[in-house]
Design a protein around this ligand. Sequence first.
Ligand code: SF4
Ligand code: SF4
Length: 286
Amino acid sequence: MSETSTKKRSPKKKKVPQWAKLFPDFIIERDPEKCIKCRICVKECSYGAHIWDAKKKELSEDPTKCVGCHRCEAMCPTRAIVIRRNPSDFREHAVWTPWHIKNVYKQADQGGVLLASTGCAKPVRTYFDHLVLDACQVTNPPIDPLREPMELRTYLGPRPDALEVEMRKGKFRLKRPLPRQIKLEVPIMFAAMSYGAISLHVHQGLARAARDLGTLYNTGEGGLHASLYEYGSNTIVQCASGRFGLHVDYLNAGVAIEIKIGQGAKPGIGGHLPGEKVRRRSPRPG
Ligand code: SF4
Ligand code: SF4
């Protein structure tokens, strides 16, 4: 191995943007009367918000790095630290809240979409926890649901006005076959999310979940990867103005076709596919 390849490179120092210096989310307060300079806070903060200057033997703080986890506060043996939310805030505006303004700064700085893992920090309702299935129209509600189970099976599709039956070979049979129906084991379907908006793995997860639950997922307008055609009986293929990945095999791959005319989230023509998302793996266009 050459000498240059073994040389340890010092990590690139990330430049802190001006907006973060001016408007940190949290403020770190250290009481010099209580602090015994044990440096536990320096060791415990994995974000490097507490700094020890070995030459001056002094502690300082970088609030731009603080995420408000309160670990240092909890670990400080003399209770010398208090982490506060920064009281300096933006002028009130119903649409441009401080949260939105800061996110615009962050996005302008990073040039990317802000993503967070493990749930959502916003008070967004979890609809599954609030679903009420009202069975008031069931004619004979079971008294003992263990012995008389109720089902939520639902059929989608045209219904005949009346059933016509005839006797054939000693048995009652339908005169005409029923129009094609889609059977759902639960009266809930997944909303459309396109391949381009999510990823192949998420599409695959939705397809598997739809098959396991006996319901339908929806491809959105981004086409369908050929490896997911096997989930066809649990798939709604969407056809929209973008025509991404639209071709005859795709239209025949699902159990139903949804024609999207408008979209609430992005009114008008729906989404645009950024160039960097066009990969070899993208479903082929029609
Ligand atoms: S942990 Fe508390 S006492 Fe120790 S250096 Fe930090 S602020 Fe001071
Ligand atoms: S609250 Fe968490 S992130 Fe902030 S300084 Fe303390 S340990 Fe570091």
